[in-house]
Write a protein that binds this ligand. Structure first.
Ligand SMILES: NC(=O)c1ccc[n+]([C@@H]2O[C@H](COP(=O)([O-])OP(=O)(O)OC[C@H]3O[C@@H](n4cnc5c(N)ncnc54)[C@H](OP(=O)(O)O)[C@@H]3O)[C@@H](O)[C@H]2O)c1
Length: 160
C-alpha cells in the first residue's frame, strides 16, 4: 500500500492559521478531491474539526487522537490512537493507497515514513502559525512538476 502525503504549502511553508487554511483555492481543492477520491484520508483531530467536523465524501476519513475518551463525531468516520493502527487497518482493507492529509503535527511525524509527497506549492506567501516540515533533499527529490495557475504541484519521490 502506497502512503502519500498531500499538502498545500505557501511559499514561506505556512499551511494553517488559527486552525484553518489561510487561503481559498478552488483549483487546489479540485486537485485534492480528484486525487484522493475513493481512498482513505488520515488526519489529525485538529484538521478534522477545521473542516467543520464533517467527513469528506467518497473517502474513508480517519481521525488520529491520543484521547482515549474521544467520541467518534460521525458514523462515517474511524478513529485511531496511532498512525500505525490506521495504516494497518487500511492495509487489511486492501487499499492500494492512502493519503496523509495533515495537519502540521501529522506531517511532521510522517514526512519521512511515506512513499510520496504531493505538494501544491501555492504562489503566495501567507501569515500563519502552522508550517509544513522541512523537506530533506538528501531523502527526497522532485520527480514531476505540473504548473497550475494558483500553484505548482511538486511530486517528490525518495532518492534510491
Ligand atoms: N495546507 C494544508 O494542506 C493543510 C492540510 C491539513 C491541515 N492544515 C492546517 O493545519 C492546522 C492543523 O494542524 P495541527 O498541527 O495544529 O494539528 P493536526 O496535526 O491536524 O492535529 C493534531 C492532533 O492530532 C492528534 N495526533 C497528533 N499526532 C498523533 C499521533 N502520533 N498519534 C495519535 N494522534 C495524534 C492529537 O490529537 P489529540 O490532541 O486529540 O490527542 C493532536 O492534538 C490547521 O490550521 C489546518 O487548517 C493545512
Amino acid at each position: 500500500m502506497k502512503k502519500i502525503i498531500i499538502a498545500a504549502v505557501a511559499k514561506n511553508n505556512v499551511i494553517g492559521k488559527d486552525g484553518i487554511m489561510p487561503w481559498h483555492s478552488k483549483e487546489d481543492l479540485k486537485h485534492f478531491k480528484e486525487t484522493t477520491m475513493g481512498f482513505p484520508l488520515i488526519m489529525g483531530r485538529k484538521t478534522f474539526f477545521s473542516m467543520g467536523g464533517k467527513p469528506l465524501k467518497g473517502r474513508l476519513n480517519i481521525i488520529l487522537t491520543r484521547d482515549k475518551n474521544f467520541e467518534n463525531p460521525h458514523e462515517d468516520v474511524m478513529v485511531f490512537a496511532s498512525i500505525k493502527e490506521a495504516y494497518d487497518y487500511c492495509e487489511n482493507q486492501n487499499y492500494e493507497k492512502v493519503f496523509v492529509t495533515g495537519g502540521g503535527e501529522i506531517y511532521k511525524h510522517e514526512i519521512n515514513n511515506v512513499d510520496e509527497l504531493l505538494i501544491s506549492e501555492m504562489k503566495v506567501e501567507a501569515e500563519g502559525d502552522t508550517f509544513f516540515p522541512q523537506i530533506d533533499e538528501k531523502i527526497w527529490q522532485v520527480a514531476e512538476e505540473i504548473v497550475y495557475s494558483e500553484f505548482t504541484l511538486k511530486i517528490y519521490r525518495k532518492r534510491n
